[in-house]
Write a protein of this length. Structure first.
Length: 324
């Protein structure tokens, strides 16, 4: 926040009341900051007001002095006033020259102070950046030291492993030479075995050709047997169809016969009831008629039993191919 002119005036007044000199540094310290240029311009105006306030007031001589001086001579008083005015004018001119020099020097000092303040802030920022960079570098150095220690341990481990690997390589070289010798011997044995196997293979090939011819002959027999089986299955299917047709025809005949017997039974029952009602038949006649009715029922049951179709038909077994 910018410092106002009134705040600078108040700070200068406070310093004056406290008996201190109202300098730019004191005012800036009391305000807690601010530009030296702004403080300098405000202090110039404040000092000009203070100088105007402290200028002595011209007054005529007191009556008593005037009476006495009038007796000694008004010329002496006039000469004294003229001398005093001349001296005051000279002092004012010297004071003005001094004031201008001081203002020039103060302006230069103010500009220098602003420049130094900016440079100080830049140096402080650079110092912070340098400190941060230094801290980062320190952290990096510690990390590198730790990595260096780790690499040293890994190097020691690697050297130990290298020695072990070298020793293992020597052992493997010796084993390889031994294995090479054993491989040469085994290769020779393998060559003899291959020759023997080739001879065996030739013999086996001849046997295989003979077995192949026999398998072709057996396959022809198997095809013939399968053809015969298919023919038998067709015959069996035709026979089952004929048998089924005969059973259906027989069932129809039995159904018609059962229907006729039922009609006869109904007619017989009707005739019996009519005979009993009309002529008052005796018990013997009723018993005879019941026997006749029972005989008809037994005959009907026998006819119904003959209606059960026969479904079991012989099955043709497939002939097995001859064993090879």
């Amino acid at each position: 926040m910018a410092i106002t002119k009134d705040q600078i005036f108040q700070a200068a007044d406070q310093l004056t009341v406290a008996g201190e000199s109202a300098t730019m540094a004191a005012v800036r310290k009391l305000l807690g900051g601010g530009s030296y240029t702004t403080i300098n311009e405000a202090l110039k105006e404040w000092k000009a007001k203070q100088h105007t306030t402290n200028t002595p007031i011209r007054e005529p001589a007191p009556a008593a002095v005037a009476t006495r001086l009038e007796e000694l001579g008004a010329d002496i008083w006039a000469a004294a006033l003229e001398l005093a005015n001349a001296r005051l004018t000279s002092e004012r001119e010297a004071l003005e020259a001094t004031r201008q020099q001081l203002e020039t020097a103060q302006q230069e000092a103010t500009e220098l102070a602003d420049q130094l303040s900016a440079e100080l802030e830049a140096l402080q920022a650079q110092h912070r950046q340098t400190s941060e960079a230094l801290q980062t570098a320190s952290t990096a150095i510690e990390t590198l030291q730790q990595e260096n220690a780790t690499l040293s341990r890994q190097l020691a481990t690697t050297e130990a492993r290298a020695e072990e690997t070298t020793k293992r390589a020597d052992d493997l070289k010796a084993e390889l030479q031994h294995a090479h010798a054993a491989n040469t011997e085994q290769r020779q044995r393998h060559t003899h075995e291959v020759q023997a196997l080739q001879a065996t293979l030739t013999s086996t090939s001849d046997t295989l050709k003979t077995q192949t011819a026999e398998a072709v002959r057996l396959q022809a027999q198997l095809d013939q047997a399968q053809a015969q089986l298919a023919n038998l299955q067709q015959q069996q299917q035709a026979q089952q169809e004929r048998h089924t047709s005969e059973i259906q025809q027989q069932g129809e005949r039995h159904t018609n016969e059962t229907h006729r017997l039922n009609e006869r039974l109904t007619q017989a029952q009707t005739e019996r009831e009519q005979a009993l009602q009309a002529a008052g038949a005796t018990r013997e006649e009723a018993a005879g008629m019941r026997g006749e009715l029972e005989a008809l029922r037994v005959q009907n049951a026998a006819l119904l039993a003959t209606l059960t179709p026969v479904t079991d038909t012989p099955k043709v077994k497939a002939s097995k191919p001859p064993k090879t």
